[in-house]
Design a protein around this ligand. Structure first.
Ligand code: SAM
Length: 250
């Protein structure tokens, strides 16, 4: 998969060199390009913003540097055979970023991110590229950040860990919160490791039983309990037939 990020703070994306994403890059599973938007400005001050039409506070990111940057980044990717691109526009007014969307994005060969600053990017830029490729306007939560770079890091990490070969154990996201299958729409319950007793606290007996059926049931019960406590909306959104008899007894 190829990822391109156009930003006025390329250094903000340095975490893409470490941990899971960094390793995926070194192993050739992910090709990441971070580009400084100011490279496509032509004035002495490398201006990327201007006052908003219609008045109001704040500044708006200008069309021209974004247009030139995206044209060049896209041309490079096409030349390198990156496949069909999709534009990912972080914005608090976008659709919520969910595991389902992470799965969808992970199936695309090439994502181009446009993290903004100030009051965002002149709308015409997004409308222009929407005529050429799918555009995902994505919000990582109901709050407003100063810029979209942190959102790019969040989205990239969620997407990268779904790519084949990135996680050491391909099974490890099977039981994650929100994973499709038996635990769909449920948050993951508590997890434990050695030692068996820590500061007088043991671990649930069932986890030592070696009985796979009982362990699976305990995990599902804990997931249901946790989801009911923290995210009752997920339970409400789940079709009644997704719950078995034991679920309903809880
Ligand atoms: N005036 C904009 C609004 O209320 O929708 C907020 C602009 S915000 C200060 C600047 C940039 O940060 C946004 O254009 C976007 O790139 C990014 N951003 C802020 N909050 C975000 C969120 N919750 N999800 C994704 N991106 C976000």
């Amino acid at each position: 998969m190829r990822l391109d990020v156009v930003t006025i703070f390329p250094e903000y994306l340095e975490p893409l060199n470490v941990s899971l994403v960094g390793k995926a890059r070194t192993r050739g599973l992910l090709d990441v390009g971070v580009h400084d938007l100011r490279d496509w400005t032509h004035d002495r001050h490398n201006t990327v913003d201007d006052t908003p039409y219609g008045g109001g506070p704040g500044m708006v990111m200008k069309t021209e540097p974004w247009g030139e940057a995206l044209d060049e980044v896209l041309a490079d990717g096409y030349e390198a055979g990156a496949g069909a691109p999709a534009l990912v526009v972080p914005t608090p007014s976008g659709r919520p970023f969910t595991q389902e969307l992470a799965v969808e994005l992970s199936s695309r060969p090439w994502l181009v991110f446009t993290p903004a600053r100030y009051e965002g990017i002149d709308r015409r830029v997004i409308d222009e590229y929407a005529t050429r490729m799918p555009v995902y306007e994505v919000s990582i939560g109901d709050y407003v950040l100063a810029g979209g770079e942190a959102a790019v890091l969040v989205i990239t990490e969620a997407v990268a860990r779904l790519l084949p070969g990135v996680l050491g154990n391909a099974e490890s996201h099977r039981d994650d919160s929100f994973a499709p299958g038996a635990m769909a729409n449920l948050l993951e319950g508590p997890v434990h490791t050695k030692p068996p007793v820590w500061r007088g606290r043991g671990i649930p007996e069932v986890l030592l039983s070696g009985h796979h059926g009982k362990i699976a049931r305990w995990r599902r019960d804990e997931a249901l309990r946790r989801t009911t406590a923290h995210r009752p909306d997920l339970i409400e959104r789940t079709a009644p037939e997704a719950f078995d008899k034991k679920d309903r007894e809880m």
